[in-house]
Design a protein around this ligand. Structure first.
Ligand SMILES: [Zn+2]
Length: 510
């Protein structure tokens, strides 16, 4: 591409070892590396799971893939993937994700999580943070944590860990459990504060100090979701910013789009001002105007319409069908665990152009990563789909971001609206998430880049056709357009088809 400052450096072959033949060669693709500003037609040679050559000259390979007309980019790194099941990983692979990390909520014990996933194997890389909520549940409810999601879901039938203060002694023990998780290799501290808003300020402060002590980031779903004060999203962001400033901990803000909601102008400004003053905070967002949670959650109770700035109860849907307030009341009374979707912005409604602009403020926020908040896949009766199940049943349910987040951003923001250049979109989906983690997790320095020596986590896709297909009524539909997806040099999707037995995913672990 014209204007590329790296032309001289990349125009000649980069072949440090000059082998006769590579394991895999990608021929003639549009190679994009955001770190170097590279966007050129080149060949890529892969050997031993790493990128071994990037060259304008022909390369020989045992497997040769014609990438002409296709984009060759670093695989997407999802910092916010709750769905850690095998079928969830396949759904994300079809969406271009080569590393899916459970950081916002996290898990404990960390070793159990890594052992269980390693035993099953994954097509893509995986990892998790140490979960503050798990430690809090253990202390407040006397339940011994199990490193899986089912255990966490069960804990929602108990209330004490969500809404009551911890004593100084309890805080000490909670922090000790989290620290154990860090010592076992957790990628940071998951602070799902919105689900346990009863904590005290000193407990949160103790977590930030722990993160600073270990040099790891925190990943926070802030305490409040509301556009109205008090107990607003703005207040929750202020709480996080003050802790990052006072402790020096690197604190990551999860899904800015949903925590700010319709109050995005004030919230984005608060975040930007803090960043400009050097406060170590980072941000992510997902490109949808709807959130997903259980109908009984606090955020959908008292005055929820005013608190979200939403006009009508029909913003809430059950399996794609809008609800009335009477139906919502009934569900909250009788089936509070029912998962609903709530549209706090309608970016696709041409009658509401402001909504699309508000969503843009989050997803296009300077330096913000795109992260999916992918939910675990469940059956119609709400039970988790676990084990080696693939393909997913047609009526499996999750928010469509679990299948289509990254393709939706490419199709909608890059191809259709040209809201940002391709290389900037790829930066938000690969390099930025790698950079958010790499100081604490050196493994990430080898990811998010198409460079000699980097891990060969690579996506090859057609920008003209890439498309999310998952909808709110039919979420279990994989994205299309990703022709090839390589993880540590091994293809898991080839010519648009999954290679079912492929399990090249490796743990990302400190
Ligand atoms: Zn969240």
């Amino acid at each position: 591409m014209p204007g590329n400052q790296q032309r001289n450096q990349t125009g000649r072959p980069e072949r440090p070892n000059e082998p006769d033949s590579y394991d895999v060669v990608l021929v003639g693709g549009r190679v994009v590396d955001p770190e170097r500003g590279l966007d050129e037609t080149l060949n890529v040679g892969i050997t031993g799971g790493r990128i071994a050559a990037i060259s304008g000259e022909p390369l020989e390979g045992a497997t040769v893939i014609d990438a002409a007309g296709l984009v060759v980019a670093p695989g997407f790194i999802d910092l916010h993937a709750h769905g850690q099941q095998l079928p969830a990983a396949w759904m994300q692979a079809f969406d271009g994700v080569t590393t899916a990390l459970e950081l916002e909520s996290g898990l404990l014990p960390i070793s159990d999580f890594y052992d269980a996933v390693a035993a099953e194997g994954r097509p893509i890389n995986y990892g998790a943070s140490a979960a503050w909520t798990y430690a809090r549940i253990a202390e407040k409810e006397g339940m011994e944590p199990e490193g899986n999601l089912g255990w966490f879901q069960e804990a929602f039938s108990h209330d004490g860990w969500q809404n009551s203060l911890a004593s100084d002694k309890e805080v000490e023990r909670i922090v000790a459990r989290v620290e154990q998780g860090l010592e076992e290799g957790g990628l940071g501290i998951g602070i799902n504060a919105g689900y346990a808003p009863g904590y005290g300020r000193k407990e949160y402060h103790a977590l930030a100090k722990l993160a600073a002590k270990h040099g790891v980031p925190t990943f926070t779903h802030i305490r409040y979701l509301s556009v109205q004060e008090p107990e607003s999203g703005f207040e929750g962001l202020g709480e996080l910013i003050s802790l990052a400033a006072s402790t020096g901990a690197q604190m990551h803000i999860c899904h800015l789009n949903s925590v700010a909601g319709r109050d995005i102008d004030a919230c984005a400004k608060l975040v930007t001002d803090a960043q400009e003053r050097g406060v170590p905070i980072t941000v992510e967002a997902y490109p949808y105007g709807a959130c997903s949670s259980t109908v009984g959650a606090e955020i959908f109770r008292d005055k929820w319409l005013e608190r979200w700035g939403v006009e009508d109860p029909s913003a809430m849907e059950l399996n794609g069908k809008p609800l009335t307030q009477a139906e919502i009341d009934d569900l909250q009374e009788n089936e509070p665990g029912t998962v609903v979707v709530m549209h706090f912005l309608c970016p696709d409604d041409p009658a509401k152009p402001m909504d699309a602009e508000m969503l843009d403020r989050s997803v296009l926020h300077p330096g913000a990563a795109i992260a999916s908040d992918a939910m675990p896949w469940v059956r119609q009766d709400g039970t988790l789909i676990e084990g080696d199940v693939w393909p997913l049943p047609e009526d499996a349910f999750a928010h469509p971001r679990s299948a289509g987040c990254f393709s939706r951003f490419l199709a909608g923001w890059v191809r259709e609206r040209e809201a940002l250049p391709l290389i900037e979109a790829i930066r938000k989906m690969s390099l930025i998430p790698a950079q958010i983690l790499e100081e604490a997790v050196p493994q990430m320095r080898q990811k998010g880049r198409i460079q000699v020596g980097a891990d060969a986590d690579i996506v090859v896709f057609d920008l003209a056709t890439v498309q999310d297909n998952a909808t709110f009524t039919k979420p279990a539909q994989r994205s299309t357009g990703f022709q090839h997806v390589l993880v540590n040099g091994t293809p898991v999707i080839q010519y648009g088809q999954e290679i079912l037995e492929a399990r090249p995913g490796r743990p990302i672990r400190r």
